[in-house]
Design a protein around this ligand. Structure first.
Ligand code: CMP
Length: 137
């Protein structure tokens, strides 16, 4: 079943010039780009996006990082796109969890500066797409 997912190429991905590489992997996987933009996000949207992590010790640092510079936000579409993007992203920790061949395993070292975010469920995808792309609603 075709579904949508929200993907971020985080500020480390833009700064390290991996936007083309990451979007290339998305395209080669066969996922469709529905919407795409470059922006620097404000604290309000960042805190809403990561609301489920509000009580975690790394939350303040995460908000600082995600608002620190331009990032790419995208909506992808395709069969099982949520799981498909998470597969090519690799696990959250680029060393301990991500499998070689994934974006995070190939290109990142840090548990926070892990290059990409992908929605983790249909409910998160709907919430995140509405937050980042209200114009699609
Ligand atoms: P993401 O998939 O965007 O979801 C939550 C983010 O919090 C995660 O990627 C990392 O950027 C960050 N994160 C998760 N766990 C940790 C951690 N233990 N320390 C620092 N940052 C983390």
């Amino acid at each position: 079943m075709t579904e949508r997912t929200l993907v971020l190429i985080k500020p480390d991905g833009v700064e390290r010039r991996y936007v083309g590489d990451i979007l290339g992997r998305v395209e080669r996987k066969g996922l469709d780009l529905v919407a795409l933009k470059l922006l620097t996000v404000d604290r309000e949207v960042a805190e809403k996006h990561y609301a489920e992590h509000a009580e975690r010790p790394f939350f303040p640092d995460l908000i600082e990082f995600i608002t620190s510079g331009p990032l790419v936000a995208a909506v992808l579409e395709g069969p099982r796109s949520i799981e498909a993007f998470r597969q090519i992203a690799g696990g959250t920790d680029p060393v301990a969890k991500a499998t070689p061949g994934t974006i995070r395993a190939d290109l990142a070292l840090d548990g926070q500066k892990n290059l990409v975010h992908g929605s983790d469920s249909p409910e998160s995808a709907a919430r995140e797409i509405a937050l980042w792309f209200p114009e699609l609603g």
